[in-house]
Design a protein around this ligand. Structure first.
Ligand SMILES: *Cc1c(COP(=O)(O)O)cnc(C)c1O
Length: 711
């Protein structure tokens, strides 16, 4: 190509543009942008763990300038910047057309964790991933939306497995300079600073801003010289420390979050509490109203009109409960501000007012201080109504005011690069919006639109990529490797085998090792030369959950020292990146929670755009998603009362489905070697699940039901 060299001003336009793109997470769901960063330093891309900001530090301005003199590369960069600016300035969005009122007065979404990308590891699991996906889709849809959370400078723990196959945790300090975050400044260019009262101390905070496409998410940070050491570390780790730390973090999130909004001049129309962690925000709103002269009752009613609440789990431990002593010590400021004695304050978080034995429950507070509440799947809505009927003694279970909005995932964010390219090839430039609509996915049913051969070839490519990723990771995980090990790892796993994946938090109710209860039958499956099956597992147990750690230990032990060796692997340090590899590369996504404890589950929703099929209990979202043709169900739409019976029956059912339905369908090939029925299921899964279980659908549901002005 013959072209003029770039002028200094053209050059600086491109370099500043690229720097802007790197500091907005939009690039994580735009493949062209991602490819530009990767091509700047392919090795850095891998070693810096796909961190665009760090790449731009790794590549000097001089090098970047020289690279941009290559016309084709400059053209790509220009294209990315144009796409980015077009995205930011788009006025023709669903939100503009339908939710214009949120432009002036946004929804503010409070969440103790947000999962956006592997470079900003401030989520512990599905709850945080959901919050991140909610924000991304709110951006895509053009909603007026703001997120509030904390900046955990050591994030969530990283997992290592020691010689005893026991999970150990380690932490690394995040460096804000290398992250897509920026300090929040006031008009004078000084960091904005606020404070909250915790116990007898004034605790100061500042904030970081994360740009998630068109919307900001603010992360509060107490690591300031003004604070005592103890409070500097309040925002050290996601759910770090004991109940006291937890409560202090929640005061910061709820009260500090509201105060930050006031400092920024943001006037929310809705406060959305994602889980009970955020519920102290309601007490702060009441305080404000009382300070302005309203009565306690009036301020409570007014607060209620502004707040909505999403509950995420029927598991007991998922509902924060704080003792009376802890409340008296750490949160007595609320009593003072609301002019309540301690017992009356406690009663706001109790099911039975006046029951001094009952701790303060954040879920109860959230339900009391919101105008609407919802669970995250149909079944979970029902279970939540039963669970909290105690708060509404005058109404029947069906009338308990807790609805449901089934969770979803941000499709573009979860798609792997080759999959984005695959769909874009077929759709052209408009695909990024279309990919969220069911009309697009319904075309998958048409063999003219896409052939079995193309789909099968895509499946092979993705499985191959997962296997190579797994080999690389296992090599990195290995201790004291011999030369022979290196060769062995290069042959680990079989690219032709039916690959079953399981990855999520190792909470015990998720029963990671359930499939191995039928050990001899699993051995038979994996050793079958004609129809081989293999398993890939990953997941973290909570640092204090020894039962979960035993599950991990058990599975790793089997992978190393049983007949399953070579057919079962455990990938350490599960995170967003590992998740993306697995949900795309596996053929089958296994989920076998103890029903009805999986409120929704979202990892299975990430699979369908990649052509991976769900094999799951009829719990959470899958109870709604499964239609008999688009994947596989384990057991019935019911469950026994006894846990022992349930575990036994479920493991038997799991095996029956696996051996009688999944394996035969996968290996039933026609003369040309194509599993036609399997691919038909893939088509059905893509057509029926991808758009329906996206956050594009979910956020519109929230908007239509809960984000409209109060009437
Ligand atoms: C999607 C996801 C989860 C949630 O998985 P579930 O199956 O819903 O429990 C947890 N962690 C990560 C990293 C994820 O990507």
């Amino acid at each position: 190509m013959n072209s003029e060299p770039l002028t200094p001003s053209q050059l600086s336009e491109l370099t500043t543009g690229l720097n802007r793109v790197a500091r907005n997470l939009w690039w994580t769901w735009n493949q062209d942008a991602q490819d530009v960063f990767r091509d700047l330093s392919p090795r850095g891309w891998r070693n810096l763990y796909h961190n665009a900001v760090a790449i731009l530090h790794e590549v000097s301005d001089y090098e970047l300038g020289v690279r941009l003199q290559e016309a084709a590369f400059a053209e790509r960069v220009r294209g990315v910047i144009q796409q980015f600016d077009a995205y930011l300035n788009e006025s023709d969005t669903w939100g503009c057309a339908n939710m214009a009122h949120l432009k002036e007065r946004p929804v503010v979404y409070f969440s103790a964790e947000f999962g956006f990308h592997e470079t900003l590891p401030i989520a512990a699991g599905g709850l945080g991933m959901l919050a991140g996906d909610h924000a991304k889709s709110a951006s895509d849809l053009g909603l007026g939306f703001v997120g509030i959370s904390l900046f955990y400078r050591e994030g969530y723990f990283m997992q290592a497995i020691n010689q005893d196959n026991w999970q150990t945790e380690y932490y690394t300090l995040l460096n804000p300079k290398n992250l897509p975050i920026e300090p929040v400044l006031d008009a004078k260019g000084e960091p904005i600073q606020g404070s909250v009262r915790i116990a007898t101390n004034q605790v100061y905070f500042r904030a970081w801003r994360v740009n998630v496409g068109r919307i900001p998410v603010y992360l509060l940070d107490t690591n300031l010289p003004e604070n005592e050491d103890h409070y500097k570390d309040l925002t050290l780790r996601v759910y770090g420390g004991d109940a006291s730390t937890r409560m202090m973090q929640e005061i910061l999130l709820g009260v500090g979050g509201v105060r930050l909004l006031r400092l920024l001049g943001i006037e929310p129309s809705v406060f959305h509490m994602n889980e009970g962690h955020a519920a102290f925000l309601g007490l702060e709103l009441m305080r404000e109203k009382m300070a302005a002269g309203q009565s306690l009752e009036a301020s409570k009613e007014a607060t209620k009109r502004e707040c909505i609440f999403t509950t995420h789990t029927p598991v007991e431990a998922g509902h924060d409960r704080f003792s009376s002593d802890l409340m008296a010590f750490t949160a007595h400021e609320f009593s003072k501000q609301l002019n309540l004695d301690h017992e009356s304050l406690m009663d706001l978080g109790r099911v039975r007012a006046g029951d001094q034995g009952e701790p303060f429950c954040m879920t109860v507070l959230a339900l009391r201080l919101s105008r609407a509440a919802n669970g995250v799947s149909e079944l979970h809505g029902q279970v939540s109504r039963e669970m909290w009927q105690c708060l509404y003694p005058d109404v029947s279970v069906e009338q308990v005011p807790i609805g449901h909005v089934t969770n979803g995932v941000h499709l573009l964010g979860w798609m792997k690069g080759p999959v984005r390219a695959f769909w874009k090839d077929r759709l052209g430039e408009a695909w990024a919006d279309e990919v969220n609509e069911s009309t697009f996915w319904e075309q998958m049913l048409d063999p003219e639109f896409i052939s079995d051969e193309e789909l099968w070839s895509l499946r092979y490519r993705l499985r191959r990529e997962l296997i190579e990723f797994t080999r690389r990771r296992l090599l990195l995980q290995g201790h004291h490797l011999t030369a022979g090990d290196y060769i062995a790892f290069d042959h680990l796993l079989n690219p032709d085998a039916l690959t079953v994946g399981f990855a999520r938090r190792f909470a015990t109710y998720k029963r990671a090792p359930l499939v191995f209860q039928q050990f001899d039958r699993v051995v038979e499956l994996v050793k079958d030369k004609e129809r081989p099956v293999q398993f890939i597992f990953a997941g973290k147990a909570h640092p204090r959950d020894d039962e979960g750690k035993k599950f991990i230990q058990h599975i790793i032990h089997l992978s190393k020292f049983s007949e399953l060796t070579g057919h079962l692997v455990f990938i350490e340090n599960y995170d967003v990146h590992v998740a993306r590899q697995m949900v795309s590369g596996c053929d089958v996504w296994l989920n076998n929670p103890r029903r009805p404890l999986e409120a929704s589950g979202t990892s299975g929703q990430k699979t369908s755009p990649h052509g991976c099929l769900n094999l799951s209990m009829l719990d959470g979202w899958w109870r709604e998603g499964y239609d008999g043709t688009n994947g596989f169900a384990i057991g019935e739409d019911s469950h026994p009362d006894s846990i022992e019976i349930q575990d036994r029956v479920d493991s038997e059912n799991l095996f029956t489905t696996l051996t009688e339905e999944v394996v035969p369908c996968f290996f039933n090939r026609d003369q040309t070697g194509i599993p036609r029925q399997w691919i038909q299921k893939i088509r059905r899964a893509m057509a029926t699940l991808s758009a329906e279980y996206s956050t594009w659908r979910m956020v519109r549901d929230y908007a239509n039901r809960y984000y409209r002005p109060e009437t």
